[in-house]
Design a protein around this ligand. Structure first.
Ligand code: FES
Length: 78
């Protein structure tokens, strides 16, 4: 079943620093984690990573990318 927010990546102009990208799909601040995974007891956790360079990023929303948290095109391969 596809996530309720859709499977297409969220494209953002990202800034450097430590970021937590939502993996449960329930955050109200997508693509970032807002703690909803705990409030809804999903058992999931965000992917935390250090973004080194500013720039355009496509954050995976289908949760099937082989390069999470970034989109690798998997959502369009069915
Ligand atoms: S709110 Fe979705 S992983 Fe934290």
């Amino acid at each position: 079943m596809d996530p309720v927010h859709g499977v297409k990546p969220i494209v953002i102009e990202e800034t450097p620093g430590k970021k937590a990208y939502c993996q449960c799909g329930l955050s109200e601040k997508l693509p970032y984690c807002d703690g909803a995974h705990n409030r809804h007891a999903t058992g999931l956790a965000p992917i935390v990573c250090d973004v080194a360079e500013p720039g355009k990023k496509a954050v995976c929303q289908c949760h099937r990318s082989g390069n999470k948290p970034w989109c690798d095109g998997t959502h369009s391969r069915g």
